[in-house]
Design a protein around this ligand. Structure first.
Ligand code: FE2
Length: 309
């Protein structure tokens, strides 16, 4: 048996270098009618129910069995976004860091996703709930029995867009849990930001923060580019119009289109996020606004500009 001389697992040093979070784990969206919502997310995106608890359904990719979205029968909008801690050590360290920074932490008082070992929840200054989940024993990716069929798309988590009048406040808060800036637009007074794109791993962003009334603008899932076009054609067959798109966003170099679920929640379906690396230096906005929004030109409708989830 040949000896392996190179490290095959993270050490304390490499985990530190990468930051404490592996990335977006899943997002939970509020819906007023769980059965209608489950049917909609299944028929439009091909997501399958992994587990159903009281008033809550965890939806997974049929290709990998990974939970990417949860639905809870409690109204509409974002319930929480969950980011995954890399290791038990960094999960503990994040808890200690939040305590040291005076951030109120809730632990084990809520329903965590299937496969979670532990989780904590915090609330941002703008009122968004964030979960940090520890899941060390996730099963290897495998198609869901009886659910994988020709054309099933591997739907993965991507990012979400939050709104707040205080972009700097939310930027500073996210930095406590390991987020770093990838791209920003300074506010006209130079004291804060108009816009901020932040990452916890080597992909361009998991959180976009834009100036506006506090809330959540959209939740984004991603698929491979070939599945992106197939999903658009799937909408054609179902006669469901996109709210906006297809477009190519400059930030993350994404293909993207937006749809609203039957309750007004806005989903972005994106292609794979650009990988920029852990040590990427943040860059200031360098183009006209239209080019950032859609390098192909056409700009969003009024509903996209003025309505949140
Ligand atoms: Fe987005």
């Amino acid at each position: 048996m040949p000896r392996i001389d190179h490290p095959v697992a993270d050490t304390a040093e490499t985990v530190q270098w990468k930051g404490p979070l592996a990335g977006t784990d899943h997002t939970t969206i509020r819906v007023p009618d769980l059965s209608t919502a489950v049917a909609w997310y299944r028929s439009l995106l091909g997501l399958v129910v992994k587990e159903r608890a009281a008033g809550r359904a965890f939806l997974a990719s049929p290709v990998t069995g990974r939970v990417v979205l949860a639905l809870t029968e409690t109204g509409h909008g974002l319930e929480y976004v969950s980011f995954r801690a890399r290791t038990p050590e960094v999960f503990q360290a994040l808890g200690a860091r939040l305590d040291a920074d005076g951030v109120a932490v809730q632990q084990r008082k809520f329903v965590a996703r299937p496969g979670a070992d532990d989780a904590l929840r915090i609330t941002t200054p703008a009122g968004h709930d964030i979960e940090i989940v520890l899941a060390t024993d996730d099963a290897p990716a495998a198609p869901v029995d009886g659910e994988y069929r020709l054309g099933s798309a591997d739907v993965r988590t991507s990012h979400l867009q939050l709104r707040t009048p205080d972009v700097k406040g939310l930027t500073d808060f996210l930095s406590i849990i390991g987020f770093r800036s990838s791209m920003f637009v300074p506010s006209p007074d130079g004291q804060g930001y108009f816009m901020q794109f932040m990452r916890a791993n080597d992909l361009h962003h998991q959180v976009a923060i834009l100036t506006g009334k506090e809330g959540t603008h959209h939740v984004a899932l991603e698929v491979d580019e070939i599945d992106f076009w197939a999903l658009l054609d799937h909408l054609t067959v179902l006669k469901r119009p996109a709210e906006y798109g297809p477009v190519r966003h400059h930030e993350g170099n994404l293909l993207s289109f937006y749809i609203r679920d039957p309750f007004g929640n806005r989903l972005e379906l994106a292609s794979t996020m650009e990988k920029v690396g852990y040590d990427y230096q943040p860059v200031a906005d360098g183009h006209q606004p239209w080019y950032h929004m859609n390098m192909w030109g056409p700009q969003p409708p009024e509903s996209w500009e003025n309505e949140w989830m």
